[in-house]
Design a protein around this ligand. Structure first.
Ligand SMILES: NC(=O)c1ccc[n+]([C@@H]2O[C@H](COP(=O)([O-])OP(=O)(O)OC[C@H]3O[C@@H](n4cnc5c(N)ncnc54)[C@H](O)[C@@H]3O)[C@@H](O)[C@H]2O)c1
Ligand SMILES: NC(=O)c1ccc[n+]([C@@H]2O[C@H](COP(=O)([O-])OP(=O)(O)OC[C@H]3O[C@@H](n4cnc5c(N)ncnc54)[C@H](O)[C@@H]3O)[C@@H](O)[C@H]2O)c1
Lengths: 207, 207
């Protein structure tokens, strides 16, 4: 539908636009965008036309409008193979979480280092030992590691994931992970929500 | 240790200070704080002395310093009994989550409406039917409801919790809940983290 070269350039446009957003730039012309990426203004207009009607006569493109649209396209067109590390309580729950799939995340493997857990079936997956991580990351094109091990094991697990070649880590352990720049990391922490709730309820109790 | 009337006033001080923080007020005198709450400046100084050394000669109190300290006391001194509604994957995982307890949240009951689930033991609790909710909220002084049912059931569960008398709801269902003003609500939503991660990884992939 959208030509492959255009899709490849999509992320370059998006990265460029994101930095313009940072600079608070309101509008941008196809020439400016082209110059920044070594493309002709004609190519830019041709590419962007695949994504929608964005050109404003005399203005060029509205930076935030275009950025928003490209983000949208970019997010939903991507499919990510993910692995869960730590087949415990929260790890097993996450394997059933449908919203992951709707966001394009497909859990294709689950790992653990506990002999009592390895080899068991959970949500249609057999739990694999950590030794199998590098091979499976390669074979199954795993890009995302979901870390659901205790805090004390989280850093070594993150290291193993990075060595195996993942590009992103979703961390559930309550500890700050040290990752190299090549890897993106996002943490999930309920305790902020809990503190907020405790605080609000406390204030409410006296009201 | 701290007199009961002082503890009761603690949240009034905190609420007043929070609005001063909002207004960017840097310092406040015991007289100002007293006037706002209908107390004498002497009472204010007496109360606050229980919480630490905060008075600065010629200044009064530093708003952010005092607020921070009261927030701390307020948060950690409180113990909240909580109920989990929805003994499914994430509900059962949460019942093992130690960090809840460290934040002062004690899960004292778990409920479900599925006959196959009711009566089972999970993490030391027997799953109760929804009919028992009002009685147990009262008997066990439950202040917080943790909602871990499917999106379609979340609002009716929230209603049941509010009717039963909880003061706060921690919502894991991916839907905005409509609650009355008397009830605080905080939502936990991983999909924001997922989108962020997908986006960062996408940008990284072209780098
Ligand atoms: N339980 C929850 O609801 C919840 C919620 C938010 C965050 N968390 C966090 O998620 C993590 C897991 O919590 P849980 O309740 O599922 O714990 P759990 O003990 O049930 O599961 C942890 C699993 O990790 C495995 N493991 C430990 N070290 C490992 C290693 N080096 N390599 C591979 N696997 C390893 C264990 O064998 C176990 O199966 C913790 O850091 C916890 O703080 C849990
Ligand atoms: N699984 C996860 O890791 C995860 C993560 C984040 C958010 N969530 C959200 O949490 C919710 C629960 O997810 P889950 O995977 O545990 O689902 P689940 O199907 O395993 O569990 C839901 C439970 O709720 C019970 N239930 C349904 N309607 C009820 C009602 N009216 N009253 C009382 N109990 C009722 C069911 O009988 C079931 O036991 C969903 O909204 C989901 O989107 C799940």
């Amino acid at each position: 539908r959208i030509p492959r070269p255009t899709v490849k350039r999509l992320s370059l446009y998006l990265r460029e636009l994101e930095s313009r957003v940072e600079l608070d730039q309101q509008t941008i012309s196809s020439k400016q965008l082209g110059d920044a990426l070594g493309l002709t203004d004609a190519q830019v207009r041709k590419d962007l036309a695949y994504f929608g009607q964005f050109g404003h006569p005399g203005i060029g493109y509205r930076v935030s409008e275009l950025t928003e649209r490209l983000r949208q396209i970019f997010g939903t067109d991507r499919k990510w193979n993910a692995a869960v590390i730590g087949a415990g309580n929260i790890g097993r729950a996450l394997m059933t979480y449908q919203r992951f799939r709707r966001k394009g995340f497909e859990i294709v493997a689950v790992f653990d280092n506990d002999a009592d857990v390895i080899g068991r079936m959970t949500s249609g997956h057999r739990v694999r030992p950590m030794e199998d991580l590098p091979d499976l990351v390669r074979e199954r094109d795993i890009k995302i590691g979901i870390v659901t091990v205790p805090a004390g094991a989280a850093q070594e697990v993150a290291d193993a994931l990075i060595d195996a070649g993942v590009l992103g880590i979703l961390n559930f352990a309550p500890i700050r992970l040290d990752v190299r720049d090549a890897v993106s990391i996002t943490s999930v922490d309920f305790s902020v929500s809990l503190e907020q709730l405790a605080f609000q309820v406390s204030l409410g109790l006296t009201g």
